[in-house]
Design a protein around this ligand. Structure first.
Ligand SMILES: Cc1cc2nc3c(=O)[nH]c(=O)nc-3n(C[C@H](O)[C@H](O)[C@H](O)COP(=O)(O)OP(=O)(O)OC[C@H]3O[C@@H](n4cnc5c(N)ncnc54)[C@H](O)[C@@H]3O)c2cc1C
Length: 372
């Protein structure tokens, strides 16, 4: 075999896996179609280190997020990756929303997040004098991370461990052979070549369903649906009026968690993302200026200082959802595919939020699948 382990996709998850597995294995390849890492979902997200507050406990998402949050903070401290454990407020702006807050706290406790604090109006004003809230839930362990620096660190450590990262090469075919797989690539000069690998890890994000199909695993249940999220920024100087993450009480369908305020390591403040399933899997990163009114109205409820012209379109990201519109929350699909006849082929599909938060924990989990 040319490689012991090949990882397809250098987003934050593929990079974290590459770092982890290259510690214990020789000849680890990481293949990425773009000229550098993190050109897709991993650089188009909120950069929030989530606490796993809202959803149910019995899932990989819950387990890997709660474990991943701690591992990610430790990792950032160890390698001086910029982060800010700024905390997050979930704000109730009406009597009905106050009633929802206690339910959220109880769910969080069941998820192992026992540090949430209910804050009254005066306490909120002490922390964030410029926002409006009748009551709030404060999550002290939520934070933000500089995702580019994080990916750079994963890349550096992979290379230092002896891993080989190949940029500008797209995987176009995977064939099962004796004791492994033959992988075909096309490089930036449109040249095709192939090599063999004992283990293949599919971490191809938005096209991970297509990469899975290359080897022969086609499953309607694992079909990715592109789901766009758009952001507006709060222009200076009003970006300085918020210092923490501020979320409204979520709506019951939970496809998204409402237009919220995220801050970044550079002092930027964003509103969003919203949630819109695209009808087809096209990379549509266009900004919709006409959404300004809707963003403004949603945020105005808890940001009373905001005027219509204080915000402007900022960026978009696309979620790799396997959850169909209206369906209950779907879990990450992380599977060693021996049961389908593909030993040593590991699929990661539907790696939406909290994939960034959980990246170190996901890498640890995938490594355990290899060892077993
Ligand atoms: C709007 C939005 C907000 C989010 N906010 C948060 C947040 O605040 N906190 C959080 O924890 N998570 C968040 N997430 C989720 C997080 O961004 C993802 O879970 C994470 O980035 C997924 O990483 P990845 O490596 O799986 O995918 P990607 O970053 O998409 O990387 C996959 C890589 O595979 C490559 N690739 C694909 N096919 C091939 C091929 N055939 N050959 C070679 N290379 C290939 C692609 O080019 C790409 O670089 C958010 C996501 C979105 C969309």
């Amino acid at each position: 075999m040319d490689a012991e382990i090949t990882i397809i996709g250098a987003g934050v998850i593929g990079l974290a896996i590459a770092e982890k597995v290259s510690k214990g294995h020789s000849s680890v390849f990481l293949i990425e179609k773009h000229p550098s890492f993190g050109q897709e979902t991993s650089s188009r997200n909120s950069e929030v280190i989530h606490a796993w507050i809202y959803y149910t406990k019995d899932s990989l998402k819950a387990r890997l997020c709660v474990e991943g949050k701690k591992l990610l903070y430790d990792y950032c401290r160890k390698y001086a990756v910029p982060f800010n454990n700024c905390g997050k407020l979930i704000v109730a702006t009406s009597e009905e929303e106050i009633a929802v807050i206690e339910g959220i706290r109880q769910t969080a406790i069941k998820n192992g997040v026992g540090d949430l604090i209910v804050l009254r109006r005066e306490e909120i004003a002490g922390m964030e004098p410029n926002i409006f809230a009748l009551e709030a839930l404060f999550s002290p362990s939520t934070g933000i991370v500089d995702s580019h620096s994080l990916m750079k660190q994963y890349e550096t450590n992979t290379i230092n461990n002896g891993g080989l990262i190949v940029y500008g090469s797209e995987v176009t075919g995977i064939r099962r052979i004796n004791n492994g797989y033959e992988i075909t690539l096309i490089d930036s000069d449109k040249k095709n070549y192939s090599f063999t690998s004992r283990i293949v890890i599919n971490s191809a994000g938005l096209t991970s369903d297509k990469v899975s199909e290359m080897v022969g695993i086609k499953d309607d249940n694992l079909q990715i649906l592109f789901c766009k999220g758009e952001y507006f920024r709060i222009n200076p100087p009003k970006n300085r009026l918020v210092n923490r993450l501020v979320y409204p009480v979520p709506h019951p369908n939970m496809e998204g968690i409402g237009i919220h305020v995220t801050i970044d390591m550079g002092g930027g403040v964003k509103l969003g993302p919203d949630v819109k399933y695209l009808g087809s899997n096209v990379y549509d990163y266009k900004l919709t200026a006409s959404k300004q009114e809707a963003f403004y109205k949603s945020a105005k409820k808890f940001l009373p200082f905001l005027e219509y012209d204080d915000i402007a379109p900022e960026m978009t990201g696309i979620r790799p959802k396997i959850q169909k519109p209206g369906e209950p929350l779907r879990d990450f699909y992380i599977m060693e595919e021996s049961d389908r006849g593909y030993p040593g082929f590991i699929n990661l599909i539907g790696m939406e939020s909290p994939g960034l938060t959980a990246s170190v924990a996901i890498a640890k989990y995938v490594n355990s699948l290899i060892i077993n």
